[in-house]
Write a protein that binds this ligand. Structure first.
Ligand SMILES: *Cc1c(COP(=O)(O)O)cnc(C)c1O
Length: 376
């Protein structure tokens, strides 16, 4: 069986974790957390990176940092996304306002955002699906004109760029995921990227249970105290050590993923030219990270048949994201603005093929052969 995902692993992880254990330094904000933060700051150019326990938590932390976001406020986002995008704001009592996606990238349609803005709108949350950027110039322009915060759900977007800028560094806040299904993993983990220095201190305080312990650790104060609301969003340094080993070989992992992605694309292109399937689109100005390879079947029936066909031939393919506005919690907490032209229709056609660091090009060829066979 060719698995859909195999979590990334870097051989040095074992040495680094052993070091944490031997030094009895496994709590949060240890040396490896520092190294990861610095690596991400250097790579992306963000003003500040704070490693977190998940991307979900990074988004929650961002939601706490957007001034006065509370009950009845509205946050614009796509419905074609993972639940965390909405959860972070629903926890604050805000209403997710779902806007339709573009069928080419599966990202929020930037042309539909402005008409969804109301007096209560506080933020826009673009999700960079498959590591392909949303149309950020248009989104930042709307945000600026209406005074809205922008929180990028860049869970899938590390190492990808938009017009030369790293995803996660264009809005006020960016959120990365290091879950084991992502390009780099610490099992469970994430990061909050902060663009404006003025938000850093408050972010550090909320992440540390509402205390100024981060300042204390840096020797800037001689005792720490409770100064704001907060929670505990810092991961164990052992997890950071596991991640750091992968960050050290980030380019190698990224190149390998792109090679797999390109092999899929080139091999399946003839089938797309015959009009049998559709392939992902990467717009001008976007550099992606090979996070995902998907194709689209004609409809949900054809997709189900293709998944079964591949499964019977040892290939595990999957689909995902029941659009949030159709889920029980989405019906309860959110609303869809405008017409659902593409969100449901396109989500029912999309099929994800195996993609992970270590997948061999011969395996990709085999998978493509089976897809072609299905359509013959
Ligand atoms: C994976 C993912 C998340 C959640 O990441 P966690 O680290 O598991 O919390 C959020 N949004 C998107 C788009 C994702 O793909």
């Amino acid at each position: 069986m060719i698995n859909f995902n195999v979590p990334p692993y870097a051989p040095k992880a074992m040495d680094y974790i052993q070091e944490c254990v031997q030094n009895q330094k496994i709590c949060g904000d240890g040396p490896y957390t520092q190294k990861c933060n610095e690596w991400i700051e250097k790579k992306t150019g963000t003003a500040k990176c704070l490693l977190t326990t998940s991307c979900t938590h990074a988004t929650e932390l961002a939601a706490l940092l957007v001034p006065q976001i509370g009950p009845g406020d509205e946050v614009i986002m796509p419905a074609y996304t993972f639940v965390s995008t909405a959860d972070a704001f629903v926890l604050r009592g805000a209403v997710p306002v779902f806007v339709d996606i573009r069928p080419d990238t599966m990202n929020i349609d930037e042309k539909l955002i402005e008409e969804a803005v109301t007096e209560r709108t506080k933020a826009i949350v673009p999700v960079h699906y498959a590591g392909v950027s949303c149309e950020m110039d248009a989104i930042m322009d709307i945000a600026k004109r209406y005074g809205l915060a922008v929180i990028e759900d860049a869970a899938q977007g590390i190492m990808a760029t938009y017009k030369g800028k790293a995803l996660g560094t264009i809005g006020d806040f960016g959120c990365f995921s290091f879950h084991e299904t992502k390009n780099y993993s610490m099992g469970e983990g994430g990061a909050l990227l902060i663009q404006d220095e003025k938000n850093v201190e408050e972010a550090e305080i909320i992440r540390e249970k509402g205390t100024n312990r981060s300042k204390y650790y840096r020797g800037q104060i001689d005792k720490y105290t409770w100064i704001n609301y907060g929670s505990s969003y810092l991961p164990s340094d052992m997890n950071a050590a596991y991640l750091y080993a992968q960050l050290e070989m980030a380019e190698e992992i990224n190149d390998a993923r792109l090679a797999i992605w390109n092999r899929y694309y080139d091999t399946l292109k003839p089938l797309a030219e015959e009009g049998k399937i559709e392939l992902p689109v990467v717009p001008e100005g976007c550099v992606h990270n090979g996070h995902m390879f998907y194709c689209k079947a004609k409809d949900i029936e054809e997709r189900t048949a293709l998944i079964d066909y591949l499964k019977a031939r040892g290939v595990h393919s999957v689909f995902h994201y029941v659009p949030l506005h159709t889920a029980p919690a989405g019906l309860k907490f959110g609303r869809f603005h405008g017409e659902d032209r593409y969100t449901t229709r396109e989500s029912e056609r999309l099929l994800r093929l195996p993609m992970y660091y270590g997948l061999m090009l011969e395996q990709v060829d085999y998978i493509c052969e089976k897809v072609k066979e299905f359509y013959r």
